[in-house]
Design a protein around this ligand. Structure first.
Ligand code: FIX
Ligand code: ZN
Length: 422
């Protein structure tokens, strides 16, 4: 029998009780993590986990190579375990791991009970040795208090494609999203690939070609049961424009999304490979054009758009556009914004402009154990900001109950997402 909801009412006279209740409910409420690069165990080695994967996360690769004079090429010739040892030495032994990604490793390892205070990588490795992947998934999901995660599923990735075609088995903890960057951003190459898979496509985007792209999308949405389609777009993304991207968006992606009642997620602002020597760690960001988002929301009112942007300077304008278009759901503090100072700034602005009608965070986790720190760190900040907003509210004379807070947090941590999918 679950505890009856507390009848405790909050006012300006019991703010400390309010703070404690918000912190407890934010910690207790399971999360649907709507964008990750995790994979269910059926995808085999595509699911990254363990301390060496945590240490060789591309965020830490960039930070470690910046803090050292090791030649890039020498790093890339190292075995992963040697790369991890180099990063541990550089960022955790020779200096304090104060960056968000480095502190995250400490949080994740500590929460799982690993001897991180020893600063001894070998004893940390020993702690995780031979832990079965399913046990690790269970332990991590429990520790992070996750209901489910949404994967990033790329039908153009040969390894992943094979799993979907040969032996995929659903796992309710790992839901799918269909990622279509190569279709939208590299049509010249992708049209040949689709043709090799039996779709009658050509470079000129003929009527038949567009029909076949729609068939491809329907095939893969059916195969993956994807909750949404997604793309990561450069800062230069503009709509409308005369381009294969705009044509494919208008003629294929958005019509199929409408027909299948699916949102389309746009992650806008990544400047790929500004330092190619860093490989996956070499991406940067740029200020993007929010008017393009506005125009898509206005022109396609029957489509729903989930949008996150990478530049801090785009955030306020994006919130204002979201105020005007209820088919726009703002989500997450993406990548270089996933730092306490910016999560706090963005969340305050979003509560003040959008109330509770946004999705405050996603993890973007690439390594299983990262969800522990990405959600632990964000929950602390969201609880702090939400407490401040509730304090302002009760100070203005509103009466707030625990049931109100529970409802609001459930919206932020999953209900807003699931409602937006309906
Ligand atoms: O496009 C994306 O999904 C980005 O999140 C990734 O490309 C990026 O490497 C990442 O994982 C950022 O957190
Ligand atoms: Zn991502």
């Amino acid at each position: 029998m679950s505890e009856p909801a507390s009848t405790l009412e909050f006012s300006r006279h019991n703010i400390s009780a309010l703070r404690d209740t918000v912190a407890r409910l934010v910690a207790e409420t399971p999360v649907t993590d709507i964008h990750t690069h995790l994979f269910s165990p059926v995808f085999g080695d595509m699911l990254l986990y363990g301390v060496d994967e945590l240490l060789t996360y591309h965020y830490l690769v960039a930070e470690a190579l910046r803090a050292s004079s090791l030649p890039y090429e020498q790093f890339w010739t190292m075995e992963k375990s040697d790369q991890a040892a180099f990063i541990w030495k550089t960022l955790f032994v020779e200096r304090s791991p104060v960056s968000e990604a480095a502190r995250g490793v400490v949080t994740a390892l500590s929460k799982l009970g690993a001897p991180v205070a020893s600063r001894d990588l070998e004893s940390i490795r020993a702690f995780f040795k031979d832990v079965p992947v399913d046990d690790q998934v269970n332990a991590v999901f429990k520790q992070a208090n996750l209901k489910s995660v949404v994967m990033t599923n790329d039908p153009f990735d040969e390894t992943e494609r094979k799993v979907w075609l040969d032996h995929y088995q659903p796992d309710p903890r790992f839901l799918a999203a269909l990622r279509i960057d190569p279709l939208l951003l590299n049509w010249k190459v992708t049209c040949g690939l689709l043709k090799s898979w039996g779709y009658e496509t050509d470079a000129l985007l003929s009527k038949k070609s567009l029909e076949e792209v729609r068939r491809f999308l329907v095939d893969w949405l059916f195969r993956t049961k994807a909750l949404y389609m997604a793309v990561s777009l450069p800062p230069t993304f503009t709509y409308p424009e005369e381009s294969p991207t705009a044509t494919l968006l208008e003629q294929c992606v958005l019509p199929v999304a409408r027909d299948r009642n699916l949102p389309f997620a746009m992650m806008i602002g990544v400047q790929r490979a500004i330092n190619p020597n860093l490989r996956l760690a070499g991406d940067g960001l740029g200020f993007a054009n929010v008017r393009s988002v506005e125009r898509l929301c206005a022109k396609f009112p029957s489509n729903r758009f989930m949008v996150t942007m990478l530049s801090r300077e785009n955030q306020h304008e994006l919130c204002v556009v979201a105020r005007k278009f209820r088919n726009l759901m703002v989500f997450g503090c993406w990548w270089f914004l996933n730092n306490p100072s910016l999560i706090e700034e963005m969340s305050r602005m979003r509560f003040e402009l959008l109330g509770l009608s946004f999705i405050p965070q996603h993890s973007d986790a690439r390594v299983l154990e990262q969800v522990i720190y990405k959600w632990e760190h964000s929950r602390v900040i969201l609880a702090k900001v939400l407490t401040d907003k509730y304090t302002d509210l009760v100070t203005a004379g509103w009466k707030l109950t625990e049931a109100d807070i529970r409802r609001d947090v459930q919206k932020l941590f999953g209900d807003n997402f699931w409602e937006f999918l309906k």
